[in-house]
Ligand binder design. Structure first.
Ligand SMILES: [Zn+2]
Length: 179
């Protein structure tokens, strides 16, 4: 009997041979890197599904592949109005697995698909987080943001901030604080 797969330590060969479909969801708060890219707490968890499969390789031998689908809605900060904009992510990625990291690096340039090493066991959760982070919009923005971008206000804000170097100089001058 096949032992159940854990998302954080996937046996890719077993997954591919059996064609197993795994799915689950994870609170964004548990994914530290993703959470830190958000402007606040996310309303819904990250939902994922992955499936292992075998495809014939160039020498006719089966190679392990994996299809990953991820859905998430993350609160980001709109670059125009600075309010929260909920960005919906729907990703589908296919990965081909090769023996190790060195092979993945060597073959990567000639491959259209993404390559991942078979060893060490794949941390699927880490991969999901990576893919979402790579798919982050550079300038998140409401589709029909009503706010006008006001450079004068930005300018005021900049003026209000103390020059960090001046602040540092001030800090050096002042005596050490009592603990
Ligand atoms: Zn906006």
């Amino acid at each position: 009997m096949a032992h159940p797969q854990r998302i954080q330590s996937l046996d890719i060969w077993a997954l591919a041979r059996s064609g197993t479909v795994l799915n689950g969801e994870h609170p964004v708060a548990d994914l530290a890197r993703l959470q830190s890219a958000c402007s606040g707490p996310a309303i819904s968890p990250v939902r994922w599904q992955l499936q292992g499969l075998l495809k014939p390789g160039p020498e006719g031998r089966d190679q392990p592949w994996m299809v990953l689908q991820v859905e998430a809605e993350l609160p980001l900060s709109c670059v125009r109005c600075l309010q929260t904009v909920n960005h919906v992510f729907r990703l589908e990625r296919e990965f081909r697995f090769v023996a190790d990291e060195a092979t993945a690096m060597a073959e990567d340039e000639d491959s259209e698909e993404d390559l991942l090493p078979l060893t060490p066991p794949l941390d699927g959760l880490n991969l999901i987080e990576d893919e979402l982070l790579m798919d982050m919009p550079i300038l998140p923005k409401h589709e029909n943001c009503q706010s006008e971008y006001l450079p004068t206000r930005e300018g005021d804000a900049a003026d209000a901030k103390p020059n960090p170097f001046a602040a540092l100089a001030q800090l050096r001058k002042s005596p050490p604080k009592d603990r």
